[in-house]
Write a protein that binds this ligand. Structure first.
Ligand SMILES: Cc1cc2nc3c(=O)[nH]c(=O)nc-3n(C[C@H](O)[C@H](O)[C@H](O)COP(=O)(O)OP(=O)(O)OC[C@H]3O[C@@H](n4cnc5c(N)ncnc54)[C@H](O)[C@@H]3O)c2cc1C
Length: 418
């Protein structure tokens, strides 16, 4: 049994603590906030995108970025910062926007998302936790014929690779999701991913944290990690604003903040925050909210029903660590959701939220041992951290425990950036 400190109490850190305690280690989670899941894991899009997860660095993106320049409601926005890390990250991201890298990155992501779904199912079944989980699939809808035709070709190609996708004409979309019949905008067709699921990542994180506490995991909230301490190239613990904590192993699961703690140790993490918005409205008895996950591929938003709430999430902004809410940007997420589901909920009671996605240039997390002995990474989950949390947590737990992993662990290492 090892004494292990997990840094960060987001969905990734808490899932990591769960698998480590399952493997009989003595685990402590250190989180600066007053509870679990209050940063990027708080109000995300809720999509568990098993067959939908794809890297953002794709061949067509550079052209789209140019077309979006100057548009206030564009899905992507960049405010250049006097920050070398942003430029380095941006260049590395663009280098991944070619067909061969995209394919390689997509396959890697697909493998982990499939494995992660299996692990999430195990967590759900063995812990019994509830988090507004639904397994009704995710339907991507298209407003223009051109986009639908292109998506249909892409879906067929994915089907050839064994990914479960169904191309649906407009009437089949309405049969699958009757709430779409009320859409204010025309729908030309859709692509249905039957294996995909939805759930509230924040509730999951809180419930799993409670479950872990009952199994003996120590949760240190309101505790700010200041340094990771090493002796002779070996991690020996951390210093926090509450004092020193000793450990046999340390896992960095600090989301967008990970690079800041790793840098003093000479570890350069290719992670940069990509800001996104979500909007949440109460359904309050209205009967036109969707029951399955929806992706509006042209407006770049996802929509999920989470219990008695309807949520949409989207936008990507390179604005450094700026956490301010710009209501105009938030409305660029709310508007397309209300176009699709005009009576899906009470928009007068909308709640806006932003989160900083811990994004790597190739869209996959970095998981595994660092050059410092006993210091591990489980971070950089970008736009799919909820989808990947349980799989990557199990992976890092297996690595620390020296257990043979079900998926190839080497492809996730930081080494792929050197
Ligand atoms: C708008 C939006 C929509 C999204 N939609 C989806 C979706 O539909 N599906 C999906 O799979 N993913 C989605 N994501 C991505 C997903 O939310 C993230 O990848 C995931 O939450 C990252 O989890 P994490 O635990 O790594 O980071 P976090 O949740 O940010 O956790 C890191 C924790 O570390 C703590 N911390 C940081 N520094 C310190 C320190 N020095 N000391 C102590 N604690 C510290 C923070 O307080 C935080 O709680 C979305 C993200 C956004 C922004």
């Amino acid at each position: 049994m090892l004494k292990i400190i997990v840094l960060g109490g987001g969905v990734v850190g808490i899932s990591t603590a769960y698998f480590l305690t399952q493997a009989d280690h003595e685990v402590t989670v250190v989180e600066r906030r007053e509870g679990p899941g209050l940063e990027t894991s708080f109000a995300n899009g809720g999509q568990i995108s098993v067959s939908h997860a794809a890297p953002w660095s794709r061949p067509e993106l550079p052209g789209q970025l140019i077309r979006w320049i100057g548009r206030r409601d564009a899905p992507f926005r960049m405010v250049p910062q006097p920050d070398l890390d942003m430029w380095r990250w941006g260049i590395a991201f663009l280098r991944n926007c070619n067909s061969s890298r995209f394919h390689e990155n997509a396959v890697r992501l697909q493998r982990l998302s499939t494995y992660s779904q299996e692990m999430l199912t195990r967590v759900r079944e063995s812990s019994g936790i509830q988090f507004h989980h639904t397994a009704r699939g995710i339907l991507s809808v298209f407003r223009s014929q051109e986009a639908f035709d292109a998506a249909a070709v892409h879906a067929e190609a994915l089907r050839d690779e064994g990914v479960n996708k169904e191309v649906l004409d407009v009437n089949s979309c309405f049969s699958r999701e009757p709430a779409l019949r009320n859409s204010d905008v025309p729908i030309r067709g859709g692509v249905f991913s039957p294996l995909d699921e939805c759930g509230d990542a924040h509730i999951f994180t809180c419930e799993l944290a409670d479950h872990c506490s009952r199994r003996g995991v120590t949760m240190l909230y309101d505790t700010h990690v200041q340094t990771i301490d090493t002796v002779g190239g070996k991690a020996i613990g951390v210093t926090t604003d509450q004092g020193h904590l000793a450990a046999d192993a340390v896992v960095i699961a600090l989301g967008s903040e990970s690079p800041r703690l790793a840098r003093p140790l000479g570890i350069k993490l290719p992670i940069y925050p990509v800001k996104g918005y979500s909007v949440t409205i109460p359904i309050e008895g209205r009967n036109q909210a969707p029951s399955m996950g929806i992706a509006d591929e042209e407006r770049k938003i996802v929509v999920a029903r989470l219990g008695d709430k309807l949520r949409a999430a989207g936008t990507a902004e390179l604005v450094g660590y700026d956490r301010r809410i710009d209501e105009r940007r938030a409305h660029s997420v709310l508007k397309p959701m209300l176009e699709l589901f005009p009576n899906g909920g009470d928009a007068d009671k909308v709640e806006f939220w932003i989160g900083l996605r811990p994004m790597t240039p190739d869209g996959s997390p970095v998981i595994g041992q660092t050059d410092i002995q006993n210091l591990y990474l489980n971070t950089g989950h970008g736009s799919v951290g909820w989808t990947l949390a349980c799989g990557s947590a199990r992976l890092v737990s297996d690595m620390i425990s020296g257990t043979q992993s079900d998926v190839n662990p080497t492809v996730w290492s930081l080494g792929r950036y050197h």
